[in-house]
Design a protein around this ligand. Sequence first.
Ligand code: SF4
Length: 282
Amino acid sequence: MPRRIVLARSAGQCFGVKRACNIALAAAQGDGSVVMLGDIVHSEHVIRRIAEAGVRVVDSLADVPPGATLIVRAHGAAPEVFAEARRRGLRIVDATCPLVHEIHRMARTMAAAGYRLVVIGDHGHDEVVGIAGQADGAVVIARPEEVAERLPDRLRRVGVVVQSTQDIDNVRRILAELVPRVHELRYVDTICGPTKVHQREIRELPAQVDVMVVVGSFKSANTCRLTEISRAVNPRTHQVTDAAGLDPAWFAGATTVGVTAGASTPDEIIAAVVAALETLPG
Ligand code: SF4
């Protein structure tokens, strides 16, 4: 029987990542050295394409030559990174996703209104570091059990924003821990629209297929989260970075296969995975 492949409508790169890649590729056309602080997105394929266009990735602003162009990635950066880049005389090309800029604006507004900022997000993730950098004394919370540990005293006013790609269930659990500890809690739902569509589909599609394939880098928090959610619904969930990672043994007896991809995965990689699945022996 031919196998049916169902591709999630939301699979792949969101507009913020596509926009950042286009900005980086356009910046690479100009004269002089073009650098980026860290990888543009957590996708090996996108990183290769950007590097081939001539953009050099550095780990620290200290490695950037004076007068170079610095591309700020879709994840954004903390204000001190911008300040330091200006101090070094760099030309800044800001490819921060507009939705991440909106989270920064919310974080600053709440801090200015006297709320202690809490960022629900993954520790050390670049986007989270950039958001937390918008307010002095911001507290990052990744898991519900961290609430008591990081906010041991009852607080008067707390403002909460969320990393754009967080899982809503995790956010709900953290909020439930915060409520009894805070006199006045202000929560702004900053999970972005593309992530919400992804999260809705990833709860529905795995239940409708025999096997689920999630395409994306193991370094991408967003892709790994999709895999985790999918696996909870359908244990026959596998993550691959590209078509070469597919193992025919995973699909034994499967008549329907669902495919989705993280927000950093390029369309051509997803298309290649779908094409490979169509030709795998049944
Ligand atoms: S995941 Fe959302 S916030 Fe992040 S780059 Fe994409 S659209 Fe922007």
